[in-house]
Design a protein around this ligand. Structure first.
Ligand code: PGA
Length: 243
């Protein structure tokens, strides 16, 4: 299976900056066979869709509402992003959980809605530093997976992004041992739940200088990259990581 290298732009790169990003991005080639995915802000989705048309690179929204349309002021839907050509949608990023109160039950409904619309969900999970220090990491990950995947049929295709919250945007990368331990655990739980073979991406301060070592860790099927995905040269280097 192809490795997946995804860029999460968060609330960065408006339409003009997104267009410029892709002008710069296209100056060099993606030489790996990894599947590249972009998660732009919704207002830059059109610029992204236009730039990526016909390239084989995929994209999706960073969040979506569960209904295709309706009286949900301020929301976006997977159906609308699909109309624009999206293939993916991110769910349950730790910033959504932290700042917007997204619960596991809510994530489960979103995962179901994304699949129902024919798109691929990328469900983010991960423990906080307090949870890790107090020995709750495995319980937290198991709960996020069990609840998050509770509304879809077993063996459905999706991707999981394991992102230890303490490694996001901090420059602190989980050690290879920590990544290996968490990915093995997530893989085991996915197997128990009937989602064997699900790609498990690592996220949290992935940079060009650590991507090769991280991608060589067993059960690491790719990356979800924040900060380094905003700089075309950096994200290209990560996209071309050997492995
Ligand atoms: P980071 O973000 O690469 O800036 O740590 C990762 C993420 O939040 O997906």
């Amino acid at each position: 299976m192809k490795k997946i290298i995804a860029g999460n732009w968060k609330l960065n790169l408006g339409p003009a900056q997104a267009r410029q990003f892709f002008v710069d991005w296209k100056k060099s080639a993606v030489t790996s066979s990894h599947q590249i995915v972009f998660f732009p802000s919704a207002v830059s989705a059109d610029a992204t869709a236009q730039a990526l048309a016909g390239t084989g690179i995929e994209w999706g929204l960073q969040n979506s509402w569960t209904a295709p349309s309706g009286a949900f002021t301020g929301e976006n839907s997977v159906a609308m992003s699909k109309e624009m050509g999206a293939q993916w949608c991110l769910v349950g990023h730790s910033e959504r959980r932290q700042f917007f109160g997204e619960t596991d039950a809510w994530c489960a409904d979103k995962v179901k809605a994304i699949m129902g619309a024919g798109l691929k969900p990328m469900l983010c999970i991960g423990e906080t530093l307090e949870e890790r220090k107090s020995g709750k990491m495995f319980d937290v990950l198991r709960t996020q997976l069990t609840k998050g995947l509770s509304q879809i049929p077993k063996a459905s295709f999706l991707a999981i992004a394991y992102e230890p919250v303490w490694a996001i945007g901090t420059g602190v990368v989980a050690t290879p041992e920590q990544v290996a331990e968490a990915h093995k655990f997530v893989d085991d739980v996915l197997g128990e739940l009937g989602f064997r073979e699900t790609p498990i991406l690592y996220g949290g301060s992935v940079k060009p200088d650590n991507s090769e070592a991280l991608l060589s860790i067993p059960k690491v099927s790719g990356f979800l990259v924040g900060g380094a995905s905003l700089v075309p040269a950096q994200f290209l280097q990560i996209a071309n990581t050997k492995g």
